[in-house]
Design a protein around this ligand. Structure first.
Ligand SMILES: NC(=O)c1ccc[n+]([C@@H]2O[C@H](COP(=O)([O-])OP(=O)(O)OC[C@H]3O[C@@H](n4cnc5c(N)ncnc54)[C@H](O)[C@@H]3O)[C@@H](O)[C@H]2O)c1
Length: 428
């Protein structure tokens, strides 16, 4: 069986590898020619995905990449994993899904299965995508081709997270669509969880991510409250998580990052308005989480003040640009917000991140493109007035940091267990 996976990004590439390792042959489709060329030469462009795993599949003919959507006629199933960002008014931008739908529709054959994986609001698959597919192909969903939604549950950088072992939720446009999609995923994953509709599957993903966003907001709020009381939130969470039932630990940080948690809940908020519904928890959580960088910058100012310095004129090193540890993905990272706020207050800012040696061009932070990570050595680190830990990559030597840095503001509890000087570390 040959399938196409459209969008060879952080979601589509690992999924392609997973399917290509099964009995399926995978045609990866993307509009980015540099990614397509790299993959066809067996090179990964994502740090936590080894090139060797791609090279082997390319050599054996199980995986190839292309920008040519007319090759859709070669496959019996298509999985779409394209971006779903927010626009500048923080409203859903499903244009990537619709563009992909149009590119596919022209070449869609009777009997093909189309599955959307991009995170989005309920109704995208059976309203928006269905419409472009039907208009562009002249075929009818449910009768001439199958349509389904299955949310991605990728956990980048987590070595224990194996695509094959993560249960896959699937909803179909019709019962027959669901069954086709179920059979497809069972080729590559162990457990498929069928739900009654595409909308239920879309809503499941939004529940999962909203759950994270709300709980992170809760611990972020408690961090500030407990800090004022002289209580360490990290110690409290560590103790609370020993409860064997009814508690799940979430950890505070400098603000939300990544392509999912800061964005997806607002897809739901937007759609809820169409039904006259409010999403107060989501709005409140968003408010608390987006206020975190301001809190962190205040803590940096306090740390500088303690050393009789002002933020203006200080030099601050932001440690960690990626939005989470041990990955090279810095999209939507709160580190950008921190760097901009610190610079806005008159500080000189640099960053260190072994996963992001140079900042690539992004939609949101164009002016940082080309900025390079500093070198990790005593002389360079010592030259900064303060090091702000925004991401706790495991490969960073925090003992060296304690020896080299003046002040350290730690938003991730990265300095726990490291011997430091009194007053050197400020939790934020
Ligand atoms: N990254 C994650 O951890 C994660 C986890 C769960 C769900 N998701 C969701 O999965 C979806 C994809 O996210 P991602 O992180 O893989 O994005 P990404 O930006 O890493 O990759 C998307 C890919 O799609 C390509 N693309 C864009 N428009 C296209 C088009 N019209 N035709 C073909 N290719 C096109 C881009 O060139 C890129 O290679 C999003 O909806 C996201 O919310 C992401």
């Amino acid at each position: 069986m040959k399938i196409a996976i459209v969008g060879l990004g952080y979601v589509g590439l690992p999924l392609s590898i997973q399917f290509a390792k099964s009995s399926a042959t995978v045609l990866g489709l993307d509009i980015d020619t540099s990614k397509v060329d790299a993959l066809n030469q067996g090179n990964s462009y994502i740090k936590h995905i080894p090139s060797e795993s791609i090279a082997e599949l390319v050599r054996s003919g199980k995986f190839s990449a292309s920008t040519d959507f007319s090759r859709i006629h070669e496959v019996s199933a298509i999985i779409i994993c394209v971006p779903t960002p927010l626009n500048k008014n923080r409203e859903p931008d499903i244009s990537y899904i619709l563009d992909t739908g149009k590119s596919i529709a022209r070449h869609l054959q009777k009997g093909t299965l189309v599955v959307l994986e991009s995170t989005t609001y309920p109704g995208t698959t059976d309203e928006d995508l269905r419409e472009v597919l039907e208009i562009g192909s002249g075929l009818e969903a449910g009768r001439d081709f199958n349509l389904a939604f299955s949310p991605e549950r990728e956990d980048p950088g987590n070595p224990d997270s194996k695509v094959a072992l993560i249960p896959k939720v699937v909803g179909g446009f019709t019962p027959a669509c669901l069954e086709r999609a179920r059979q497809l995923y069972l080729m590559a994953v162990k457990t498929v969880v069928p739900v009654s509709s595409c909308r239920a599957a879309e809503a499941t993903k939004l529940l999962e991510n909203t759950f994270r966003g709300v709980n992170i907001a809760l611990v972020n709020e408690l961090k500030v409250v407990y800090s004022a009381m002289g209580i360490d939130i990290w110690e409290v969470i560590g103790a609370a998580k020993t409860k064997p039932f009814g508690f799940m630990p979430f950890y505070p940080g400098p603000g939300l990052g990544g392509h999912c948690i800061p964005i997806d809940p607002f897809y739901l908020t937007w759609k809820a308005r169409e039904y006259g519904q409010n999403t107060r928890f989501i709005e409140l959580a968003g408010e608390v989480n987006t206020s975190m960088p301001t809190y962190v910058v205040h803590r940096v100012a306090d740390a500088m003040n303690e050393r009789s310095k002002s933020l203006k004129g200080s030099s601050i090193l932001v440690l960690g640009l990626a939005y989470k540890p041990n990955v090279d993905d810095e999209r939507e990272s709160p580190s950008y917000v921190l760097m901009e706020m610190l610079r806005g207050r008159g500080a000189t800012v640099a960053y260190y991140d072994p996963y992001v040696p140079v900042i690539r061009p992004t939609r949101e932070h164009k002016h940082w493109a080309g900025t390079k990570s500093i070198e990790w050595n005593r002389k360079t680190v010592e030259s900064f007035d303060c090091v702000l830990i925004a991401t706790n990559h495991a490969c960073v030597n925090y003992q060296e940091l304690a020896e080299w840095a003046g002040s350290i503001v730690d938003t991730r509890n990265a300095m726990a267990g490291i011997s430091t000087r009194p007053g050197q570390v400020w939790k934020a």
